[in-house]
Ligand binder design. Structure first.
Ligand code: HDD
Length: 736
């Protein structure tokens, strides 16, 4: 070996320094530069795993390529002269554009639009007698990730559409991941999974023009549900206020199917899951929903993220209805394997088994909310499936869909999908494999890798399939006779609602069918409604200007279930939003007193003023403005307080100089719009002192339910809070 590096370069005298100085002895690799370290290792719940941490994304010192090469320019492509064509050799350009070109993955075929949050589930231990699931033992805390969704709309569609909402929960338990993939409606459209593509093809936009987006108010949807009458019960829930939740935080959730709990002795119990929100069950009204979809398409997503960020962590109690695992799996005449049926709570009470708190927003939407993969077949010991034919097909579909959606069979290795229980599988290779598996024998049984891993027994937390005796039967494509009642539960639901809620249902059917062009479809759906309830059918037919048909089926009556109504209860007011309309004429001390009093109740006060900034002097006495007449719309507020004096139109009008309430007074039209909408949507309205005159000028009658006049802010706030506890001033409906 020469003593010193002496590489010869043709044409370069040997005395000149060599261009390359190859190391001849091995040396330690250079320490990684700060900007060259791998991405932060986080657990599925977003908490650092303890692996060496790096700085946040975007905070490394130098920009690099994906290979860690430092870049000196990322703003100009490499060209043949400043005005010349771009060169193919520009490796940085090609990497940057190629990666960008592939940033999107296919959206979910259903439930494409969603919002997620991290949290924790704490079990009460009340289910421990009937399920041996470790995470249901007393006081066990299990990290969770929840994704709420709409069903029909694309990823970029609006939140407040009339639709079913998905409610999926991933429990990262010590015994493996358990997914509860439910909806906010306890019954489903179809009884057999083979119909799912038909249902979704009918509900999605028409294939020719791809309209309408995220809506069921169109011909193909109603064509399907009127021809396929087992969908009537679910559709009835959709047409009720449940189809337009006020917030994701104020929705119930349901596992829909009947599942099977298995205890330590192997004894089984049939169960139906319920999520009960501590925040109450509240909905929008249809006009509000329509306004919101234009004003703030991200309404639900924003509401959830804001609440969590503000520390108002939403909570749901998980409960189960339990049924004996009898041979026929019927309960009070209801087939527990029919997913278009629910069991009224009056017949089988919901028994609480734990509480879930959502306490952290995702760090990255794509990595977590988009890439999370749920599957009803992600089970743990102690929870098993039943033979519900809808559930059986779901067990195939969810695994299958992730392969095209997440690009291969290793989606379980994506951080949000990684179990928190040790994984010791023999699945190997495949697209996007992240692991470097050692060993020589990824098969069972083996003798080369010491026979590992071994099989566990029930006492070692193994999942043991419940041995189930099956009745001798013939192979056929048929439903059981007990699946043939398509109307009684739609009737039960409708008749359990209060008149106000029933009126909303009538309006919803009339709206949706009014958007259908084909008369035959409207007629057929009216026929289905006649079988559900003749009054409902007559009211919808009247709205459509069509004759009401007579019922064709003899449908069984059931006892109404008052638990189905959202009215008649009071709920916590924490987390609700109250708008305070103030202006330069306001008594700022009183405005601040109102803000403080609301805040003390956990209510979010937002001040609405003619312009942004601060009313009065910045500092102690001033009032920071959160919304202006331009940015505010009534739909954001659960109640509105008027604390301003004039609120005049900013342009010259006859009453420009007159105070509100005085002859000739003229309010800014946006103020009038906000107040009149809030009034029409049955929200509490209030004012103190002379400001009641502003309400009067806006056309809000003073001596009406839910319109409060008080002497001071201190007197007003408790009255507004009391009204808010009922969600709306229901006496003010019907609105039109
Ligand atoms: Fe489903 C997604 C809920 C029936 C096929 N479904 C999906 C999601 C929810 C539900 C909440 C969104 C999961 C997420 O946030 O990622 N689905 C239900 C409920 C059903 C139901 C409560 C009936 C009780 N689904 C159902 C059937 C099939 C599917 C019968 C197919 C035969 N569902 C899917 C799917 C999706 C899905 C295509 C789309 C994305 C995904 O699974 O991961 O596989």
């Amino acid at each position: 070996m020469p003593e010193e590096s002496n590489i010869q370069i043709p044409g370069v005298p040997a005395s000149e320094p060599a261009a390359l100085d190859e190391p001849t002895t091995p040396r330690e690799p250079l320490p990684p530069k700060p900007d060259q370290q791998g991405p932060e290792a986080v657990s599925p719940t977003g908490t650092p795993t303890g692996a060496p941490l790096t700085a946040r994304a975007q905070s490394g010192q130098y920009l690099t390529t994906a290979q860690g090469l430092r870049l000196g320019d990322t703003d100009h492509s490499l060209k043949a002269g400043p005005r010349g064509p771009v060169l193919l050799q520009d490796h940085h350009l090609r990497e940057k554009i190629t990666h960008f070109d592939h940033e999107r993955i296919p959206e979910r075929v259903v439930h494409a639009r969603g919002a997620g949050a991290h949290g924790v589930f704490r079990s009460y231990g009340t289910a421990a007698r009937i399920s041996r699931a470790g995470f249901l033992a007393k006081d066990v805390e299990t990290p969770v990730f929840v994704r709420f969704s709409t069903v029909l709309g694309s990823r970029g569609s609006a939140d407040a559409v009339r639709d079913t909402r998905g409610f999926s929960t991933k429990f990262y338990t010590d015994e493996g991941t358990y997914d509860l993939v439910g909806n906010n409606i306890p019954v489903f459209f179809i009884q057999d999974g083979i119909k799912f593509p038909d249902l979704i093809h009918a509900g999605k936009p028409h294939p020719d023009r791809e309209i309408p987006q995220a809506q069921s108010a169109h011909d193909t949807f109603w064509d399907f549900v009127s021809l396929h009458t087992e969908a009537q019960a679910h559709t009835m829930w959709n047409m009720s206020d449940r189809g337009i939740p006020r917030s994701l935080r104020t929705m119930e959730g349901f596992g829909v199917h009947t599942f099977r709990f298995v205890n330590a002795e192997g004894k089984t119990t049939l169960v139906k899951f319920h999520w009960k929100p501590k925040q109450g069950v509240h909905s929008l009204v249809w006009e509000e929903a329509q306004i919101i979809n234009g004003m703030d398409p991200d309404f639900h997503r924003r509401d959830l993220a804001d609440a969590i960020e503000a520390g108002a962590f939403p909570e749901w109690e998980l409960g189960v209805q339990t049924f004996p695992d009898t041979e026929d799996q019927m309960f009070e005449g209801i087939d527990l394997l029919d997913p278009t049926k629910f069991v009224p709570e009056e017949l089988a009470p919901v028994q609480p088994i734990g509480i879930m708190t959502l306490n952290a927003n995702p760090t990255n939407y794509f990595a977590e909310t988009e890439q999370v993969a749920f599957h009803p077949g992600h089970l743990v010991p102690g929870i098993d499936v039943t033979n519900d034919p809808l559930l059986q097909v779901r067990l195939f579909s969810y695994l299958d869909t992730q392969i095209s959606r997440l690009g291969g069979p290793n989606f379980g290795q994506i951080p949000i999908n990684r179990p928190q229980a040790p994984v010791n599988d023999m699945l190997r290779d495949g697209m996007h494999q992240q692991a470097v598996h050692g060993g020589a024998a990824p098969y069972h049984p083996n003798s080369l890798d010491g026979g590992c891993p071994f099989l566990a027994g029930q006492d070692m937390s193994a999942f043991i399939d419940v041995p189930e005796e099956l009745a001798a039967s013939i192979k056929e494509r048929k439903n059981p006779a007990s699946f043939s009642d398509h109307y009684s539960q739609a009737r039960l639901f409708f008749r359990s609602l209060t008149p106000v809620e029933q009126d909303h249902v009538i309006q919803a059917y009339t709206f949706e069918l009014g958007k259908c062009y084909e008369k035959a479809i409207r007629e057929r759906q009216l026929l289905a409604l006649a079988n559900v309830d003749t009054d409902l059918c007559a009211a919808v037919a009247k709205g459509l200007g069509m004759p009401a048909p007579a019922a064709t089926e003899d449908v069984a009556d059931a006892e109404p279930s008052p638990a189905l109504s959202q009215l008649g209860k009071t709920w916590p007011v924490a987390g609700r939003v109250v708008g305070i309309m103030a202006d330069q004429d306001s008594d700022l001390e009183e405005v601040n007193a109102a803000r403080k009093a609301l805040d003390a109740l956990g209510i979010v006060p937002l001040v609405i003023a003619p312009a942004g900034g601060t009313l009065g002097e910045e500092g102690d006495g001033g009032v920071p403005v959160q919304r202006t007449y331009l940015t505010a719309r009534s739909t954001e507020f659960d109640a509105v307080i008027v604390a301003g004096g004039a609120m005049r139109a900013s342009d010259a009008t006859a009453g420009r100089d007159a105070k509100a309430g005085e002859p000739g007074a003229s309010l800014d039209p946006r103020v009038v719009l906000l107040l009149s909408e809030a009034f029409r949507h049955a929200k509490a309205l209030g004012a103190w002192g002379e400001h009641s005159a502003t309400l009067e000028t806006a056309g809000i009658p003073q001596d009406t339910a839910g319109v409060v006049a008080a002497g001071t802010a201190g007197e007003l706030v408790p009255q507004i809070a009391e009204l808010l506890a009922n969600h709306r001033v229901w006496e003010r409906f019907p609105a039109n």
